[in-house]
Design a protein around this ligand. Structure first.
Ligand code: NDP
Length: 528
């Protein structure tokens, strides 16, 4: 057991952390490192389930380090998890919503209590620096609470409607939002806690039961969130956690008619594949897809260039550019181009890279061997088509020898018709263009299939124009804390337009919970 913290990790303390945060993180890291290499089961119907085949979960900063052994779940495990969720649905959905809220709040409290251990695992498994790892876990607890708050604010989504004037009768009309049934949550590697926990909490609090499947690079972080839900006292089968390859286990889940709704967060290609295969079902089912981004920052000649440089570098290279909201395109008006580009290069060169669990490092490794190889191929292609201003190479000496470390990379002079202006690389690589006007920047910014986040630096009047014209679900102006990244539940609801998302309603916002329920309009007539 650890002593109670004297402060609470919140959005504000994340930007200005007290010293205690660091000592607590380091103590937790030591405890986590003492139990590396253990085997972890799946959780199906409240029981630990083991598969015949296993897979290793390794640290991308040091691939000699086996973090844990996980189960390679099969199609049978997928069916068992869905069946358990189906059996648990009637009792869970009929439970008063206030009781579900109490259980999810309890799970949020458990996340808070375990935050340093979970964050240490996230840092080791994802390669996030310690502040970003803590942020992922703190955000998860906040997403749980936000879902509960919205349920309360809407009084369980039961709304008395008008009484139709029928002579001789009394009519009572009520709109009730009710859960769909078994909800599937498939999550990506980069925010394993928030992007599994957030959708799961929304599904659960509204009365659905859940099967969650994490990315194969990050099974441990998600298992720890599943444990918080289990330990909060959710009945067996209400949450199920299965692990294994997306192409087999994931596909079996997707193909099953036992799934009543899904929240998928991940790449455009897999998301669209799921969208199409869901269309083969016997009836339309809710399909919440949160997909990739190709997020631009536009900088006007009137911008505060210091704020722009700080915000762009933070968003381009936080988590090694592996955020769906990462700033991967930078459009700068000609009069301030040289000055800002020099500053961007200067700040990028100051970023420290190395073991992400160490306090001094801002960048860790990229997630796996494939991303590492992709980075090298993209840099080769970019060096031929444009100018690499800084970075462009992998780091292999000394402390970098055993991990997937890539230098943060800025590229200029890339022809505007080059394919990589539109392709989500998902790596610490951003491309920069000089534009003659804000209209040109806007045309280029919108000329992609994605529409997730976007940033702007300039006058307030220009910022209003930017908000009006940019095609994206989360937009920021004049923000040194991040040009395109750093949304927080309750502050910046998060979701994408166009190829970045399917619902047009953002997570952590006021319209989100409704996506997890269908409406029943109830009319009861009494003769007078
Ligand atoms: P992937 O699309 O590769 O994987 C996401 C999840 O889908 C993983 O759990 C994966 O399992 C699973 N999966 C893969 N194939 C199938 C299949 N055929 N059927 C069912 N499930 C499958 O994404 P990444 O994990 O690489 O994450 C990065 C991507 O996520 C980026 O494009 C990023 O922009 C996007 N993203 C979007 C966010 C948003 O809010 N819009 C937020 C964060 C990330 P396995 O790992 O086993 O292959």
């Amino acid at each position: 057991m650890t002593a109670e913290s004297t402060f609470k990790l919140t959005y504000a303390t994340m930007f200005n952390p007290p010293e205690e945060l660091h000592t607590r993180f380091e103590d937790a890291l030591a405890r986590v490192k003492a139990k590396l290499g253990q085997e972890h089961g799946m959780i199906i119907d409240g029981k630990e389930v083991f598969a015949a085949k296993k897979f290793e979960d390794r640290n991308p900063a040091n691939t000699d380090m086996v973090l844990g052994i996980f189960q390679q779940g099969t199609a049978e495990d997928a069916q068992a998890a869905l069946a358990a969720a189906r059996r648990a649905f009637p009792a869970w959905s009929r439970m008063p919503w206030q009781d579900r809220v109490a259980l999810i709040r309890k799970a949020a409290d458990l996340i808070d209590q375990r935050i340093y251990e979970i964050a240490a695992v996230v840092s080791l498994e994802v390669g996030k620096n310690r502040m970003e790892a803590l942020g992922d876990v703190a955000e998860t607890a906040d997403l749980f609470r936000y879902a509960c708050d919205r349920m309360e604010a809407n009084n369980g989504f039961v709304v008395e409607m008008g009484r139709d004037p029928l002579v001789g009768f009394e009519a009572r009309n009520v709109s009730v939002l009710r859960p769909y049934g078994v909800w599937l949550v498939i999550s990506p590697f980069n925010f394993p806690c928030a992007l599994t926990g957030g959708p799961a909490a929304a599904a659960l609090v509204t009365g659905n039961t859940v099967v969650m499947k994490p990315a194969s690079d990050t099974p441990w972080s998600v298992r720890l969130i599943a444990e918080c839900l289990r330990d909060a006292g959710l009945p067996d089968g209400v949450i199920n956690y299965v692990t294994g390859p997306g192409s087999t286990l994931g596909q079996a889940l997707i193909d099953s008619p036992e799934v009543d709704g899904i929240t998928f967060t991940g790449s455009y290609d897999v998301g669209m594949h799921i969208y199409r295969s869901f269309a083969q079902g016997r009836w339309p089912r809710p399909t919440i897809l949160e997909m990739g981004g190709k997020n631009p920052a536009i900088v006007s000649r009137h911008a505060n260039l210091e704020d722009a440089a700080a915000g762009i570098v933070r968003s381009a290279f936080g988590l090694q550019g592996q955020k769906c909201s990462a700033c991967s395109r930078i459009y700068i008006e000609a009069p301030v181009y040289d000055q800002l580009v020099n500053r961007l290069v200067e700040l990028t060169n100051k970023l420290s890279i190395g073991d992400p669990t160490e306090r001094k490092n801002f960048l860790g490794p990229v997630i796996n061997r494939k991303s590492y190889a992709d980075y090298q191929a993209f840099c080769e292609e970019l060096s031929q088509a444009g100018t690499i201003l800084t970075g462009g190479k992998v780091l292999t000496e000394g402390e970098y020898a055993k991990g997937y470390f890539c230098a943060p990379t800025l590229v200029a002079d890339l022809p505007l018709n080059h394919r990589l202006w539109k392709y989500e690389m998902f790596l610490p690589i951003s491309t920069i263009a000089k534009v003659e006007s804000l209209e040109e920047a806007m045309r280029l910014a919108n000329d992609v299939d994605y529409g997730l986040t976007a940033g702007f630096y300039g006058s307030e009047e220009e910022a209003q124009w930017f908000f009006e014209h940019i095609e994206a679900g989360v937009v920021y102006a004049n923000r040194p804390q991040g040009a395109t990244t750093g949304a927080w539940p309750g502050f910046q609801p998060f979701g994408g337009w166009k190829g970045s998302g399917s619902t047009g309603k953002n997570a952590g916002g006021v319209h989100y919970l409704q996506l997890y329920m269908h409406e029943q309009s109830r009319t009861l007539i009494r003769r007078l």
